[in-house]
Design a protein around this ligand. Structure first.
Ligand SMILES: [Zn+2]
Length: 143
């Protein structure tokens, strides 16, 4: 069960069309069309996660599983619930038009990174440099 849902997640991510880097990039942030793509991807992720949560709630309800399986389901459930919160807050930022821009350097965050970690507000460089971590916590109004 767990393996299947994880595989479904992965394929949902792989289906997202990732464009080749353009030669001319807009000054800051993603274009409206790109944000729309993100929105669709996030909506798909959210509905996938909601299905996973439903399925794992069923496992916990049936009571036919071993304690270990129930623990695993509960653990997975917590993680998915948290992820769903992140995806939903990403959707809010997309609506507000502030999604995908690094709060550390103002550059666009890599598309692949945004899809893998929808709640990130730092590009890879800034993350690796540990830049602005404190400022981000202070600035983060979502959640
Ligand atoms: Zn950055």
């Amino acid at each position: 069960m767990r393996a299947t849902t994880r595989r479904q997640m992965k394929s949902a991510l792989q289906n997202f069309p990732v464009r080749k880097r353009r030669t001319t990039t807009p000054a800051a942030g993603y274009t409206k069309a790109e944000l729309e793509e993100f929105k669709l991807a996030m909506e798909e992720m959210a509905s996938q996660i909601r299905q996973d949560i439903k399925a794992h709630n069923r496992i916990l309800d049936t009571n036919t599983q071993s304690r270990e399986e129930q623990n695993q389901a509960a653990y997975f459930l917590n993680r998915q619930t948290e992820l769903l919160r992140h995806v939903e807050s990403a959707m809010t930022r997309i609506r507000m038009g502030v999604f995908g821009v690094c709060v550390g350097c103002g550059e666009k965050i890599e598309k692949e990174r945004l899809l893998a970690v929808p709640h990130t507000q730092l590009c890879v460089d800034c993350k690796n440099n540990g830049r602005s971590a404190r400022r981000i916590t202070a600035m983060s109004t979502t959640q």
